[in-house]
Design a binder for this molecule. Structure first.
Ligand SMILES: [Zn+2]
Length: 438
């Protein structure tokens, strides 16, 4: 593992980084970018800050290779979600080191990863490791609100500067205890579901509540929603997930049997009603629809002429959004409702048969013997999608281990990372870069 001194240095850097409040909104990521820039420049690494809006900074730094291979991009986001201080054991922007952990909003999501990457990046420079590819260190604003001022902005404005063959980002992590007590497992995010937010609007005729009629917009909306939500979407194991399960099932016999069942759609479909009891599992095996908003009526005795609902639909990489939408429209054909798109973001997915996956797998297994890697399509999205569009093979992995209660603290209270995890993550990332770039 990394030396005691380096671990102390990494811990100090993470504490300083956590003390900068980059809650988004408003973000104020520029302060974080300035901090990272000062660390890099002390090491003789030039860094540049790109300002996408007032106070919104994105930072990029590059270690030059000989150009015989295409760049590797290390990505994390500077912004964090909000925190209610009174609920925390140690204040969320204190960067306290207590009980073997570093505490603060962003310790896991995503400043911890940012410091692991930064340490590995700085070490390569200190050791003058000859590289065959450029290593790009990129810290972006605005991930928590969609990336419009961060990764999306950088990819659109400066595609040449952020183009890479491989990209390492958040979107997967190590977990302890998921496969049994003390068993260690890495989930690696190789794909993300797409987003389709829809507005369902019903129109009808206004009237008095004392005299019901057949053109009540609310009645129409309720019937349409009942038709949509009453329909179970099928379980779908796409090409990518099939490959992922196969990867996971390689080796030991009981596991390979379980996996053979898991890729069996008819078997899974028998279980699909039960699957809803496991929201995380459910979300990655099917297209999902959540009813998130309802707006209907304004007075007890008035039948409104219009009412509407919002559906948050998340689509698997193998689903065509257009086809999904026509399917939904088919379900409500008999009702006088319209469905319109509020927002659409396509799913994205990287292949698994790559040098990158091979190297990550070798490195993390060498550093943690006996660990398993489970490649996953994530239900939510990260900034990786912007770079997949530019041609990068992007994987999500914070390569260290967390207990279930630590994972829950992400976006919750008492977010923290153990000093030990920070060290292991730094070591893994350093080894991955080395192996990919020598
Ligand atoms: Zn994040």
């Amino acid at each position: 593992m990394i030396s005691e001194n380096l671990l102390k240095e990494a811990t100090g850097l993470l504490c300083d980084y956590l003390r900068i409040d980059t809650t988004n909104p408003p973000g104020n990521e520029e302060a974080g970018a300035v901090f990272l820039k000062s660390v890099l420049e002390k090491e003789g690494l030039p860094a540049e800050i790109y300002r996408s809006a007032h106070g919104r900074g994105n930072l990029i730094s590059r270690l030059k290779g000989d150009g015989s291979k295409k760049p590797l991009l290390l990505l994390h986001h500077i912004d964090v979600v909000g925190a209610v201080e009174k609920d925390w054991k140690y204040p969320p922007f204190s960067g306290a080191v207590k009980e073997g952990s570093i505490w603060g909003r962003g310790a896991l999501d995503c400043k911890g990863l940012g410091i692991m990457q930064l340490m590995a990046f700085v070490l390569l420079k200190r050791e003058r490791v000859p590289l065959r590819r450029d290593i790009i260190y990129l810290a972006v604003a605005d991930e928590e609100v969609g990336g419009e001022y961060g990764a999306g902005w950088m990819a659109k404005r400066y595609p040449e500067e952020v183009k890479a063959e491989f990209l390492l980002n958040e979107g997967g992590m190590g977990a302890i205890g998921m496969l049994g007590k003390d068993r260690k497992l890495y989930s690696l995010g190789f794909g993300e579901k797409g987003v389709l937010w829809l507005r369902v609007r019903a129109r009808g005729k206004a009237g008095h509540g004392s005299m019901p009629h057949s053109e009540n917009a609310n009645d129409r909306l309720v019937r349409a929603l009942t038709a949509i939500l009453g329909h179970e979407t099928p379980i779908q194991i796409g090409q990518g997930m099939r490959e992922a399960f196969r990867e996971f099932g390689r080796g030991s016999l009981p596991r390979s049997l379980i996996v053979r069942l898991l890729v069996n759609e008819p078997v899974l479909n028998l279980l699909r009603k039960r699957l809803k009891a496991y929201p995380k599992m459910n979300a990655i095996l099917r297209n999902t629809i959540s009813l998130t908003n309802l707006r209907a009526g304004f007075k007890e005795n008035v039948i409104p002429s219009e009412s509407e609902a919002v559906l948050d639909c998340r689509l698997l990489p193998d689903t065509e959004p257009g086809e999904f939408l026509s399917w939904l429209r088919g379900l409500v054909r008999k009702e006088a409702v319209e469905i319109e798109i509020i927002k659409e973001a396509r799913s994205s997915q990287s292949p698994l048969k790559t040098e990158f996956f091979q190297v990550i797998s070798e490195v993390v297994k060498a550093n943690t013997p006996g660990v398993n890697i489970l490649p996953m399509v994530a239900a939510g999205f990260t900034d990786s999608r912007f770079f997949r569009e530019l041609g990068a093979v992007a994987y999500g992995l914070i390569p260290a281990f967390y207990h279930p209660e630590e994972i829950e603290a992400m976006h919750g209270v008492d977010e923290r990372i153990t000093v030990e995890s920070l060290g292991l993550g730094t070591k893994n990332i350093y080894d991955i870069i080395n192996k990919l770039s020598l």
